[in-house]
Design a protein around this ligand. Structure first.
Ligand SMILES: *Cc1c(COP(=O)(O)O)cnc(C)c1O
Length: 411
């Protein structure tokens, strides 16, 4: 019999979203008359159709594949130059941020990228992860064997947790100890927090002083609605020497079902080999990508590139404005019943303290039973998420308005 990767057995079985699904299904089965009225604000998936510019570009790309003259087989492993150039120009250079097209690696999404990046790092790094956080960072480190066993509160031995609390406005402080790899995500999932230039500069200074690498997840960058908030870690002086950025078209362009994202690795970024030699991180990632990936689909990349045309940008903006208006309504509803609320201004998530110190899973059950609304319990994102819940603004306006009415009626 083949031996399995033993590290997988350390993973907590009650992973967040399956557990939510299980509880909702059990409730719906026991209450069939109520089931049709359940509104799901749990999983962070978009709900609105794709921008028309992306639809038109993908239709045309399908037609390209029907003729020998315009057919595309395997593409460049790093992504088509026309997409990488559009990203470099619109998402970076036009905002005064130095990123070149050949530092961009197009992929099938940021979830894969944030997990796969561990391929190119050793297993003896000290890894720092915010708490609460997008569960992928912790679980991929568990799978890679970079942690010890789980503790009873769901945290793992061997990781450095960076607490995100109301006291620090859910932006973690730099630790007093050394860390080699540090995950950061702004605007944040699940808290909706954003970091200022000064806060990110502290992280860059820490990374430069400690020879660390920041793994910066900017999946929600497009939701930043104020030019005083940095949209990229590379807007911070010194970041090119110490950061990798992950981006995705999933939340920006509604591409969760289309699948496209990218990684930015500056040419000057270095790691260290066992003998102490400095090694180009970008060269390692290029090697990894060339070996394990054959590129995102031509059709999908055409769709992504269309988001950077004038009409694509306009349609994307109205899509994001729509979700941000939803977030504003949900924020106001929670505040009107006296709850403590964070996020929802530069992010599609509202992070709320449970009333009367309720445990987040107890509050989840109460909302499901009484209000027929599915929220996400904060404890599912880490030990410091206990006592909070997340509401997603990814929903139709009709559903959001109904959720607001129910919040006012039941809380
Ligand atoms: C949704 C999300 C992503 C994007 O994942 P894709 O695989 O590109 O769909 C990445 N990071 C965070 C924090 C997210 O919430």
């Amino acid at each position: 019999m083949a031996n399995i990767n033993q590290h997988f057995l350390k993973l907590q079985s009650g992973y967040l979203f399956p557990e939510i699904g299980r509880r909702v299904a059990a409730f719906a089965a026991a209450n069939p008359e109520k089931a049709p009225h359940i509104i799901r604000c749990g999983i962070g998936d978009v709900t609105e159709p794709l921008p028309q510019a992306a639809i038109d570009a993908m239709h045309k790309a399908v037609d390209d594949q029907s003729k020998r003259e315009t057919f595309h087989g395997y593409g460049p492993e790093q992504g088509y130059a026309w997409l990488r150039e559009a990203i470099a120009k619109v998402s970076y250079k036009q905002r005064g941020i130095e990123v070149e097209a050949d530092e961009i690696f197009v992929s099938d999404g940021a979830k894969c990228d944030t997990g796969n990046i561990l391929d190119i790092f050793a297993h003896n790094n000290t890894i720092a992860i915010p708490d609460p956080v997008y569960p992928v960072y912790v679980d991929t480190n568990v799978m890679a064997g970079n942690t010890g066993d789980a503790r009873t509160d769901g945290s793992y031995e061997g990781l450095v947790y960076l607490p995100c609390t109301p006291e620090n406005n859910f932006v973690p402080q730099v630790p007093t100890q050394h860390a080699d790899l540090i995950y950061l995500c702004f605007p944040n999932n699940p808290t909706g927090a954003v970091a200022t230039y000064e806060q990110l500069q502290e992280w860059v200074n820490y990374a430069l002083a400690n020879d660390s690498i920041l793994l910066y997840d900017g999946a929600y960058e497009a939701f930043i609605s104020d030019t005083s908030i940095p949209t990229s870690i590379f807007a911070i002086p010194g970041a090119r020497q110490c950061a990798i950025e992950f981006r995705s078209f999933s939340k920006q362009g509604g591409f969760t079902g289309v699948r496209c994202g990218y990684v930015v690795i500056p040419k000057e970024l270095r790691g260290r080999d066992a003998a102490g030699n400095k090694i180009s991180v970008s060269e390692l990632w290029k090697r990894r990508t060339g070996t394990k990936f054959n590129g995102a689909s031509y059709i999908v990349q055409r769709g992504a590139a269309a988001l950077f045309t004038d009409e694509g940008l306009e349609q994307t903006k109205s899509l994001i404005d729509f979700y941000l208006s939803n977030a504003g309504l949900l924020r106001a509803a929670c505040m009107s019943v006296g709850l403590n609320v964070w996020g929802g201004i530069h992010a599609p998530y509202i992070w709320v303290q449970t009333p009367e110190g309720m445990k987040s899973w107890d509050f989840f059950d109460k909302m499901l039973r009484e209000a027929l609304v599915v929220i996400t319990p904060g404890a599912g994102f880490g030990a410091h998420g206990e006592g909070f819940f997340r509401i997603s603004a990814f929903n139709s306006r009709t559903n959001v308005e109904e959720v607001c009415r129910r919040i006012k009626r039941f809380l």
